[in-house]
Design a binder for this molecule. Structure first.
Ligand SMILES: C[S@@+](CC[C@H](N)C(=O)[O-])C[C@H]1O[C@@H](n2cnc3c(N)ncnc32)[C@H](O)[C@@H]1O
Length: 200
């Protein structure tokens, strides 16, 4: 029996599974893409916190359509079978010295997308500060390894310093904003920071 509401597949989970995606998160990126046209064919895309693999699969199948490349990284394995040939996957901490060096080697990137989230502990203070740490590290990676005119998406838990990070993004991108896609669960405190058209 389902222990809580999140154990029950909701509308977006059922829709994702029916469409062959491992997670409902696909619809968050789809909405962001439809609004901001971040990713185009031919792009080299870095997907941080990629497992189980919905964002990677959607990017490969619907946006790159085999024309482009994706570097995906996560602490956990991708649940994609097979992993598309355009995808290079690294399992491990994206910000460890070893894995970060591998990500850098395959850059620079046209787009960096990060849905990375810490394992939640149930303490809002701890969870948001870990999310903030991840978001800051993704932004640093983008500052150094995103191409001029490149685009960025970063998930962050609200309360996790998003205003400061957004302010910083406004100095790096022509446009920077926050968005909360409809597919975010109503009880979720996640939001997404979007950076468009990185300054030259
Ligand atoms: C919400 S899930 C991502 C879902 C994914 N976008 C999809 O569509 O399938 C968040 C992921 O962030 C990963 N993550 C958290 N910290 C990380 C880190 N330091 N390095 C790599 N991945 C990390 C977690 O392992 C988890 O799989």
């Amino acid at each position: 029996m389902a222990k809580n509401r999140r154990d029950k597949p909701d509308f977006f989970t059922k829709k994702a599974h029916k469409a062959g995606y491992p997670a409902r998160s696909i619809y968050k990126l789809e909405e962001i893409q439809e609004r901001h046209n971040l990713i185009k064919q031919g792009d080299n895309v870095l997907d941080v916190g990629a497992a189980p693999g919905s964002w990677t699969l959607y990017t490969n199948n619907e946006l790159l359509k085999g024309n482009g490349s994706i570097v995906a990284v996560d602490l956990n394995p991708l649940n994609l079978s097979p992993i598309p040939p355009t995808v290079t996957f690294f399992q491990g901490d994206a910000f460890s010295t070893e894995i970060r060096a591998k990500l850098v080697e395959l850059g620079p990137y046209d787009v960096i997308i990060s849905d990375a989230a810490p394992m939640t502990m149930g303490s809002r203070t701890v969870d948001t500060s870990r999310s903030e740490w991840l978001a800051e590290n993704v932004l640093q990676l983008a500052k150094e390894h995103l191409k001029p005119h490149g685009n960025l998406v970063i998930k962050i838990f609200q309360g996790g310093g998003q205003q400061e990070i957004l302010k910083d993004m406004k100095t790096v991108f022509a446009r920077a904003k926050t968005t909360k896609p409809k597919a975010c669960r109503s009880d979720s405190f996640e939001i997404f920071l979007i950076g468009l058209d990185k300054n030259v």
